[in-house]
Design a protein around this ligand. Sequence first.
Ligand code: SAH
Ligand code: MG
Length: 198
Amino acid sequence: MVDSYSVIKAMREYADRENVPIMQEDGINYLVKYISKNKITKVLEIGTAIGYSTILMALANENVEITSIERDEKRYLEAVKNVKKAGLEKRISLIYNDAIDVVLKDKFDLIFIDAAKAQNIRFFEKFEKNLNSEGTIITDNLSFHGLVEKKEEEIPSRNLRALIKKIKNYITFLKTNKNFETVFLDVGDGLAVSRRKK
Ligand code: SAH
Ligand code: MG
């Protein structure tokens, strides 16, 4: 087993080189603190990429167990390698599939959504069944590099405008969700922290 932090450093370099959109430093720090502060042990992640956020969440405390889903084969294989290097195979289960087609029976304390941004509502509605009664769903990239806050005409392409519209719809979905209370944080690329109402 290699020292975890050298694995993480190498992952950051790989992500930089290969343009893998891993979490921003503030965002992942928030997530790690959230896990340790709330003594979270079961995490589901949608969007593993190369396992960067997965491994850091697993290191938040030694009881954390993570299931993480990735549909891109190259990234999934890279994540498998990284998890092994970090010696975390026992606590991290990686699933290679489209999250929309994955059916899980387990219940989780935290669900972290960080996959295709246009599909956030689908992921949320599909996996809220897998959330413990006191659980939290955290979603990344609600700001999408600051574009969500921009005027429509300032967004350079039509595809991007369509994507930003979907992220805005997701924000409205969260704000009007009767079962969850959401706090929006200007941390990293914008996080939404949604807790089930009692
Ligand atoms: N959480 C990672 C970054 C994830 S990037 C980190 O911070 O380190 C988003 C990833 O989600 C991409 O690798 C993409 O392939 C994956 N993805 C997008 N849509 C998906 C889907 N429907 N099912 C599974 N993975 C998906
Ligand atoms: Mg992200």
